[in-house]
Design a protein around this ligand. Structure first.
Ligand SMILES: Cc1cc2nc3c(=O)[nH]c(=O)nc-3n(C[C@H](O)[C@H](O)[C@H](O)COP(=O)(O)O)c2cc1C
Length: 362
C-alpha cells in the first residue's frame, strides 16, 4: 500500500477500511460470568463505528482459554447471539469490525476453570502479577504444561472460535499472539522450556502460532485474518522477554506473511534500554510484507506522520477510544480529547463505558 492521507480509505487484506484510524482491542470486562456480552456492548461499539477498523476486545476461544472473569467468549451459541447484536449495530453504522481471539494460557486462575483445574501453558512456570477473578484480583495459578497430544485440541478450539466469529457476523478476526498470553508463551524461550516439537529452536517455538494462523485462515481466508504481536512487552504476568526477540519475531513475521494474512498489528513499546536497545519494528514489517498497524502511545501528530511517511498503513488507538467515541472526527478536526478515568476501564456497567459523548463545541 502507498503512503497516504490519514483519513483516506484503504484496503487491509481483503477488508475495506474508511480511514487509517483503528480502534485497538480493549478489554472492558462487562460481559456476564458465562462470557456473554450485554446489549451495552452493542451500543459501545456502534458509538465507535467511525473507526476505520474496530478490533473488538480479546475474546476467549474456549473455557480453557479464559484468564479473566467477565471477559467475553466466542465458543457458545449464547455468546455468538450476543456478539451478533454487536456486529449488526456496527454494520448499521457503516463500521468494520474484527474480533480478537484469545487463549490466555498461564495468565489465569483455577477459579475460572471447570473443577478448579490448573490453567495450561507450554511449561509449568507460574506468571506474576494478578488476574481478575469473581473474587477480585488474585495472582495467576501455577499452570500445567500441555501434553503434545493436547495441542491439536487447542488448534481445534481456535478453529471452532473462528467459525463462531464468522457466524456472529464479524468482518474478520485478529489472532492475539501478544501480551504474554498462550501463543506468545510458546514463542518466548523465557516461558517455553519444552523439549518436543513445540519448544527449543525458533522454528519449534513458532510452530503453534503458525499452525493456529493456518487453521484460522483455513476458515476465514487469509485476507480476513490479522495478527497482533508485542515483542517487547513484559508487564502482563511479569513475563520476561525472549532472549533474541528480533530473530524470533522476525522469523514469525516472515512465516505469517507467507500465509498472506491481512495485517500485522504491533504494540511498539520500547524495551528497557538496558535489556536490548531499540527493537526494529520496521524490519518485522518488511519480513511480513503486508499491511501494518502500529500501536502504542500514538497521538494525532505521530499517527498522521506514521501513515504519511509509510511507517504504518493504520494506527490503532487504545485508551483514547475509551473517552472519545468520535475519536476520528476529533483527530480530523483537531478537537480536544476527553481523558477517561482508569477506574472504569474494567468491569461495571454503562458508567465510563457508553456514557462518553461526542465532542460539542462550547
Ligand atoms: C483498558 C485496556 C484494555 C486492553 N485490552 C486489550 C485487549 O483486550 N487486547 C489487547 O491486545 N490489548 C489490550 N490492551 C492494550 C491496548 O490495545 C493498547 O495496545 C494499549 O492501550 C496501548 O495503546 P494506546 O497508547 O493507544 O492506549 C488494553 C489496554 C487497556 C488500557
Amino acid at each position: 500500500m502507498q503512503p497516504s492521507d490519514f483519513f483516506a480509505p484503504a484496503s487491509i487484506g481483503e477488508m475495506r477500511v474508511s480511514n487509517r484510524v483503528a480502534m485497538a482491542p480493549l478489554t472492558r470486562a462487562r460481559a456476564d460470568l458465562e462470557g456473554v456480552q450485554t446489549p451495552l456492548a452493542a451500543r459501545y461499539y456502534s458509538q465507535r463505528a467511525s473507526a476505520g477498523l474496530i478490533v473488538a476486545e480479546a475474546t476467549n476461544i474456549s473455557r480453557q482459554g479464559r484468564g479473566y472473569a467477565y471477559t467475553p467468549g466466542v465458543y457458545t451459541d449464547a455468546q455468538v447471539r450476543a456478539w451478533r447484536q454487536v456486529t449488526d449495530a456496527v454494520h448499521d453504522a457503516a463500521g468494520t469490525i474484527v474480533l480478537q481471539l484469545l487463549h490466555t494460557g498461564r495468565i489465569s486462575h483455577v477459579s475460572l476453570h471447570e473443577g478448579s483445574r490448573a490453567p495450561v501453558a507450554p511449561s509449568a512456570i507460574q506468571a506474576g502479577g494478578t488476574v481478575l477473578t469473581a473474587a477480585g484480583m488474585l495472582p495467576p495459578s501455577m499452570p500445567r504444561a500441555l501434553h503434545a497430544d493436547e495441542i491439536p485440541g487447542v488448534i481445534d478450539e481456535y478453529r471452532h472460535a473462528a467459525r463462531m466469529a464468522e457466524e456472529a457476523g464479524f468482518d474478520g478476526v485478529e489472532i492475539h499472539m501478544g501480551n504474554c498470553f498462550l501463543l506468545e508463551q510458546f514463542l518466548r524461550d523465557s516461558t517455553n522450556h519444552r523439549d518436543d516439537h513445540y519448544g527449543g529452536s525458533i522454528e519449534n517455538r513458532l510452530r503453534l502460532p503458525v499452525e493456529v494462523a493456518q487453521a484460522v485462515a483455513g476458515i476465514w481466508g487469509a485476507g480476513h485474518v490479522g495478527v497482533r504481536l508485542s515483542p517487547v512487552k513484559t508487564t502482563i504476568g511479569e513475563t520476561p522477554l525472549d532472549s533474541d526477540p528480533q530473530s524470533t519475531y522476525g522469523r514469525l513475521a516472515e512465516r505469517l506473511g507467507a500465509l498472506g494474512l491481512a495485517y500485522l498489528h504491533c504494540i511498539e513499546e520500547r524495551a528497557p534500554a538496558s535489556a536490548l536497545g531499540a527493537f526494529d519494528f520496521q524490519s518485522l514489517r518488511r519480513a511480513f510484507d503486508g499491511a501494518y498497524i502500529a500501536n502504542g502511545g500514538y497521538d494525532r501528530a505521530l499517527a498522521a506522520e506514521a501513515v504519511a511517511s509509510g511507517h504504518a498503513d493504520m494506527v490503532a488507538f487504545g485508551k483514547a477510544f475509551i473517552g472519545n467515541p468520535d475519536l476520528v472526527d476529533r483527530l480530523r478536526e483537531g478537537w480536544p480529547l476527553t481523558e477517561a478515568g482508569p477506574e472504569t476501564y474494567y468491569g461495571g456497567s454503562a458508567k465510563g463505558y457508553t456514557d462518553y459523548s461526542r465532542y460539542q463545541a462550547a
